[in-house]
Design a protein around this ligand. Structure first.
Ligand code: ADE
Length: 224
């Protein structure tokens, strides 16, 4: 998979992409992430990427020309399955969205700032708009990092234990059951007996019950 990220703050991605699973996925060649600084596509003297909004009002708007120039150049080089805009008024990111996107070949992600991008970008280039929650971030970068993380861990060969992404919370509309490891007793707090029983059928049943209980009490909306 190839992911192109359009941003005015490429350095913000240094941290999330240079460690752990996302780093290994890139080293293994499962994903190629390319960062593009929108400012590099600005042709004006001061490399401006924003301007006052028509009609007046507080807040700047990201200009159409540099973003369009960057997208046009990338689209001329390859076909994109989705051109995604990170925005608080997009569709709420769910596991199903990440599952679908993990099957794609080429994704482009645009990170907004200020009041957002000139709406003509959204009308004429963007194929999908995603929000990571009902709150406003300073820009789309952290949201894009969340989206990319949720996608990359689903690409076959990225996680060591191939089955582990399938047993994540939300994969079957249920939260995950509680997990334990050694020691069996700590400060008098015991691990549930069933997990030490060696009876895999009973363990499976206990996990299903626990997953259902957790979902009922914490996220009943998932069961609707
Ligand atoms: N940009 C600013 N806030 C955002 C959010 N909640 N989700 C996605 N992109 C954003």
């Amino acid at each position: 998979m190839r992911i192109d990220i359009l941003t005015i703050l490429p350095k913000l991605f240094d941290g999330p992409f240079s460690d752990s699973i996302l780093k290994r996925a890139q080293e293994k060649g499962r994903v190629y992430i390319h960062l593009h600084n929108i400012r590099d596509y600005s042709t004006d003297k001061h490399k401006n990427v924003d301007d006052y909004q028509y009609g007046g009002g507080a807040g700047m708007v990201m200009r159409i020309e540099p973003i369009a120039a960057c997208i046009d150049q990338l689209k001329a080089e390859r076909t994109y399955d989705e051109i995604i805009y990170m925005t608080p008024d997009g569709e709420l990111l769910e596991q199903g969205t990440s599952n679908q996107l993990s099957l794609k070949g080429n994704l482009m992600i645009l990170c907004g700032h200020y009041k957002g991008v000139d709406d003509r970008i959204r009308q004429h280039y963007i194929t999908k708009e995603i929000s990571i929650g009902s709150y406003v971030l300073s820009g789309g970068e952290l949201a894009a990092a969340v989206l990319v993380d949720s996608i990359i861990r689903l690409i076959p060969g990225v996680l060591n234990d191939e089955t582990s992404a399938l047993t994540d919370s939300f994969q079957d509309q249920l939260l995950s059951p509680p997990v334990y490891t050694r020691p069996p007793v700590y400060k008098g707090w015991s691990v549930p007996d069933v997990l030490l029983s060696g009876n895999s059928q009973e363990i499976d049943r206990w996990r299903e019950d626990q997953a259902l209980e957790r979902t009922k009490s914490r996220r009943p909306d998932l069961l609707d």
